[in-house]
Design a binder for this molecule. Structure first.
Ligand code: BJ8
Length: 426
């Protein structure tokens, strides 16, 4: 195994703390992922990516920087990857999914902050994330109140925090605001990279990002099969790697995986027996290594067949239309695409629940598990009306609130078992 100590040291990481993190991550990965039966061969690529997620991939970022490229990190799917690629930059997702260094995070943030935000601070304060430390610019977005205020606190801790405003309603004015914010973001990217966004660079970037989305859309569609050809855990992993990997290489690996899964479907081969209870998980995004809930669901004889989440279909189901001849016209197409994202920060937000219903139908799911992180107001507030609407449409729904700790694992397991019983009787 390559020794990356020098690279991590030069990035300013706390090498001992980071080694402990990697050891924990490796063990969790072995226990949760490698112990699954009949995994597709194509998952080997993702196992490799995960084994090198703080190694080879970071080396690639360091090399890209040495070659003059800029690394742009973000915490939200509203930050267009197309714009980063159009200045020949590298886009990386920074959301964090581990309960690490929360004590330090709580010296800056209220205790009742969601785990996603606390984790980002825990990683930063503990100098544990080589992605954060590799970034030339970190983009914050004004979405939920927690993130908005957290970025004010994060600003002085990082090299260059760029905050983007976002609309929260669906009006023409709101769309104009989004486009204006994207225009300002282009100016920022041009400034840091010294490169100009052109119609040609935008078109090429759209092509790359659309191809990546098409690959995960293909994967999502294959999961309609019974028996399920791939576990929800492995599919979630693919959707998590979406935010870290080189986009072209990732697209290729997902398409190869899909070729294999389509063969499996032809031969009725699955990772769970035919007729296993099927659920959709909907709600807050799950960042690496937040695998607790899917693990509990799938070790309880239920298979996850779709994620209505930003690490899942909400993040990838829309393509950017390739239209327009000028930067301004192409930016209209990009804005149109992103304005569809039905995050719970929008009000009202009917398309989200409508899409959960659509997913349930097309993926032949028996029920929906609504997942909110504790203290996440947008998704917790929306979960009540979502549950009501789904139940009214005959879709059994279980609402769960949890965090990154394992303390509630037993309690969650009991509730999942009871829900599974309900679905079996349907
Ligand atoms: S588009 S879901 S990635 S904002 S869990 S930090 S909402 S309190 S992550 Fe998100 Fe963009 Fe929306 Fe998607 Fe706040 Fe909730 Fe915490 Fe959250």
């Amino acid at each position: 195994m390559t020794d990356y100590t020098e690279m991590w040291t030069s990035l300013g990481l706390d090498v001992d703390g980071h080694n402990a993190l990697l050891a924990g991550l490796g063990k969790a990965y072995t226990d949760i992922f490698l112990s699954q039966k009949d995994r597709p061969e194509g998952m080997k690529y993702f196992d490799f990516v995960m084994s090198e997620v703080h190694g080879l991939r970071i080396k690639e970022l360091v090399d890209a920087k040495a070659a003059g490229k800029k690394v742009i990190g973000s915490y939200c799917v509203f930050v267009p990857e197309e714009l980063v690629l159009a200045v020949d930059g590298v886009a990386v997702g920074l959301c964090a999914g581990a309960e690490l260094n929360f004590e330090a995070a709580e010296t800056l943030l209220p205790r009742n902050t969601c785990s996603l935000i606390k984790s980002a601070f825990g990683f930063k304060l503990g100098k544990l994330c080589p992605y954060v430390e590799s970034c030339d610019v970190i983009v914050g977005e004004n979405t939920c109140d927690g993130k908005k205020k957290a970025y004010e606190i994060l600003g002085p801790l990082v090299k260059d925090l760029y905050v983007m405003d976002l609309p929260q309603t669906r009006s023409e004015m709101a769309k104009k605001l989004l486009k204006e914010e994207y225009r300002k973001f282009i100016a920022k990217l041009e400034d840091v990279s010294g490169k100009k966004v052109t119609p040609a660079s935008l078109r090429k970037a759209i092509e790359i990002v659309n191809a990546k989305r098409k690959a995960v859309i293909r994967l999502a569609a294959i999961r309609a099969a019974d028996p399920a050809p791939i576990s929800g855990l492995d599919s979630l992993l693919v959707n998590q790697v979406f935010f870290h990997d080189d986009p072209v290489r990732f697209t290729d690996a997902v398409n190869k995986l899909c070729d294999e899964l389509e063969e499996r479907v032809k031969h009725h081969k699955g990772v769970f027996p035919r007729g296993t209870t099927r659920v959709i998980v909907s709600g807050c995004p799950m960042a690496v290594p937040n695998w607790k809930l899917p693990m509990l669901i799938e070790t309880g004889n239920t298979v996850i067949v779709g994620e209505e989440s930003c690490v899942g279909e909400r993040g990838s189901r829309w393509l950017t239309e390739v239209k327009g001849n000028t930067v301004d016209e192409i930016l209209d197409a990009i804005t149109d695409r992103y304005f569809n994202i039905d995050c719970a920060i929008f009000t009202p937000n009917p398309s989200r629940v409508n899409y959960i219903k659509e997913m349930t139908k097309k993926l032949h799911a028996d029920g929906v598990i609504h997942y909110s992180l504790q203290f996440c107001q947008p998704y917790i507030m929306e979960s009540g009306p979502v549950e009501k609407e789904l139940e009214k449409s005959g879709i059994p729904t279980l609402r769960l609130e949890t965090d990154y700790s394992l303390e509630d694992a037993g309690q969650l397991k009991t509730r999942l078992e009871a829900f599974n019983e309900r679905l079996k009787k349907k």
